[in-house]
Design a binder for this molecule. Structure first.
Ligand SMILES: Cc1ncc(COP(=O)(O)O)c(C=O)c1O
Length: 389
């Protein structure tokens, strides 16, 4: 019914992932598996509603209708069993802009902001560019998957610590945090007056048997110290429409967020983004179910291929996101040598693990949001390059 195996030519569409390879890797002769969007078409209903709107031909100033907020309220309830109110929602042009707004709204230059490494690299730059200090609370690998290090977190929190940026589910290690883990993290933040900015952009991309819990949905107390950032950009592959939203139940925090965003001119959105969000939330359930099945098969395909054909590369069983965290340490290469090897010899455009923090040395991140034939070709290239080393 939905053809995720169909190859769609993205080259020549100003596509970051496919058209910026030369700038990033020094060659465009590789299979790009870096930028976190998918090579799949979005849902039919979104294409249709945008086409209809385009036909109207007038694209003047537009307000956000109630139906936009209602679609978010319904989605959060059916997906996450989370009851939210219209007033708690503020639209945004992206999750990264929202994180930057939070940093400006709730912290001052010189304050400490905690991130759990290895982690999505704009967390570092968002903190640093605003003159705040990045404090790393590295995740621990227990031989099967990554876990939070609560003792390290307790040690690192000081009277300068104002905020923790949570990545839930976690990019790049693919963890879907369990409710108990989030409760423990939340308890530490509550006790130390640390605000939680929870980036939940990947919250709909959950592999079967796992379940996403918005940290703010756990208790009233946690809701009061949390800013939740959500979006349709990963779920329905709509990143180019630059539309997301934050959920803030605490009226004081919400007002601070709102005024900071207003001051920076970041409450803007666009006609197509509003329509696409509402339409995908209203009509996208079936498509999402099929997508998750395809992604789970892609993940299992990679795990099997590595186990059987490239045992030198270890992968963790991704629980959520369409990203896989690959450990190349057995090759015994420095990060520079590894990059040279993967990009120039294997000709696969993985994302350099070191960008996610010091803990990413020896790792690369693979985006599996693509047709399986492309995934297979990339794995075969890795296999051949490693065999012929
Ligand atoms: C964890 C995480 N947050 C945010 C983003 C980007 O969000 P946006 O494009 O809405 O700024 C990404 C994209 O890869 C991501 O993985």
């Amino acid at each position: 019914m939905f053809d995720f195996g169909r190859i769609i030519q993205r080259k020549g569409t100003n596509c970051y992932k496919w058209d910026q390879c030369k700038e990033f890797f020094g060659t465009d002769d590789l299979i790009p598996m870096w930028v976190a969007d998918m090579d799949f078409e979005t849902i039919e209903e979104v294409k249709r509603v945008i086409k209809e709107r385009v036909e109207h031909g007038v694209f003047g100033y537009t307000f956000i209708p109630d139906s936009f907020y209602n679609s978010i309220i319904d989605w959060q309830f059916t997906q996450n069993n989370w009851k939210i109110e219209k007033d708690w929602i503020i639209n945004a042009p992206g999750v990264v802009p929202s994180i930057k707004i939070c940093i400006q709204a709730y912290t001052s230059p010189g304050d400490d902001v905690v991130v759990q490494t290895p982690v999505y690299f704009p967390f570092f730059s968002s903190v640093k560019f605003n003159g705040r200090n990045v404090i790393t609370n590295p995740l621990k690998f227990n031989g099967k998957h990554y876990e939070m290090d609560f003792d390290d977190l307790e040690r690192k929190i000081s009277d300068k610590t104002r905020m923790l940026i949570l990545c839930s589910p976690h990019n790049p290690v693919g963890r879907v945090w369990k409710k108990e883990e989030l409760e423990r993290l939340g308890e530490i933040c509550l006790r130390n007056n640390v605000i939680i900015v929870s980036d939940e952009i990947h919250s709909d991309i959950i592999m079967s048997t796992h379940k996403h819990t918005p940290i703010a949905s756990i208790s009233k107390e946690l809701s009061e110290i949390t800013i939740t950032c959500m979006s349709v950009s990963k779920t329905f592959n709509l990143a180019g429409l630059a539309t997301s939203y934050v959920i803030i139940s605490n009226s004081v925090l919400r007002s601070k967020y709102f005024h900071t965003a207003q001051r920076l001119g970041l409450l803007t959105t666009n006609i197509f983004g509003i329509l696409a969000l509402e339409t995908s939330y209203r009509y996208g359930k079936k498509w999402l179910k099929a997508l998750l099945e395809y992604l789970r098969e892609n993940r299992d395909f990679v795990l099997k291929f590595l186990r059987e054909k490239i045992p030198q590369v270890d992968a963790i069983e991704t629980e959520g996101t369409y990203l896989m965290w690959l450990n190349f340490k057995k090759l015994g290469l420095t990060q520079e040598e590894l990059k040279e090897f993967i990009f120039k010899k294997a000709k696969v455009g993985l994302q350099d693990g070191r960008m996610f923090g010091e803990e990413g040395r020896g790792f690369m991140r693979m985006n599996i949001g693509c047709p399986r034939v492309i995934l297979k070709k990339a794995l075969q290239r890795l296999e051949t390059a490693i065999k012929n080393r």
